[in-house]
Design a protein around this ligand. Structure first.
Ligand code: SF4
Ligand code: SF4
Length: 149
C-alpha cells in the first residue's frame, strides 16, 4: 500500500491531536513517529497536498472501511486505533442485550479494543467504538446493537 496515504493519515492525526492540546512527545509516541516528524507536520512541512486529500477521503469512508484500510496501512493495531479515534467524526452508542452469553467473540474481533468481558458479559466503551459493526456481525446471539448518536 502506498506510503503517502499513511503519511497523510499520520499528518491529519498529528495536527488534530495537537489542536486538541496534546504534547508533541505524546503524539510522537502514540503515532510511532519521532518528534521532529511531528514538528514538521505541525509546521506544514514534509507533506504533500495529495497525501492529505487522499487521507481525508479515506477518513470519510464508512467506519468499517476506514478502520480496515488504516489497519492495512499501519500494520499496527495500536496505531490504527489512535488514528481512527482521532479522525472519526461520528459517535456511536453500543448496547449489549441480556442475551449475551459471554463467549468473547466480540472482544477478539474488535480492532479498536473497545470491547471487554466483565462478569461474563460483554461491555463496549463508546469512547473507543468507531462503529465498524464487525462485532455485531460476529455475535452468535445477536446481542450487540451499535447505534449512531
Ligand atoms: S459476541 Fe455476543 S454473545 Fe459473545 S460476548 Fe460478545 S455480545 Fe456476548
Ligand atoms: S463496532 Fe464493535 S468491533 Fe467495531 S469498534 Fe465498536 S465495539 Fe469494536
Amino acid at each position: 500500500m502506498p506510503k503517502h496515504i499513511l503519511s497523510g493519515l499520520n499528518y491529519l492525526a498529528a495536527i488534530t491531536l495537537r489542536r486538541e492540546g496534546y504534547l508533541q512527545k505524546d503524539i510522537a509516541k502514540w503515532l510511532g513517529m519521532d518528534r521532529s516528524t511531528v514538528s514538521h507536520y505541525i509546521n506544514g512541512r514534509n507533506i504533500s497536498l495529495d497525501s492529505i486529500e487522499t487521507a481525508e477521503t479515506i477518513s470519510k469512508f464508512c467506519p468499517h472501511d476506514f478502520l480496515q484500510m488504516t489497519n492495512v496501512l499501519t500494520k499496527d493495531t495500536g496505531k490504527t486505533r489512535i488514528i481512527v479515534k482521532t479522525l472519526m467524526k461520528r459517535k456511536f452508542n453500543p448496547k449489549i442485550k441480556d442475551s449475551c452469553i459471554g463467549c468473547g467473540l466480540c472482544v477478539d474481533t474488535c480492532l479498536m479494543k473497545a470491547a471487554e468481558l466483565n462478569n461474563l458479559k460483554a461491555q463496549i466503551d463508546s469512547n473507543w467504538c468507531c462503529g465498524c459493526r464487525m462485532c455485531e456481525s460476529r455475535c452468535p446471539t445477536n446481542s450487540i446493537e451499535i447505534l449512531e448518536v
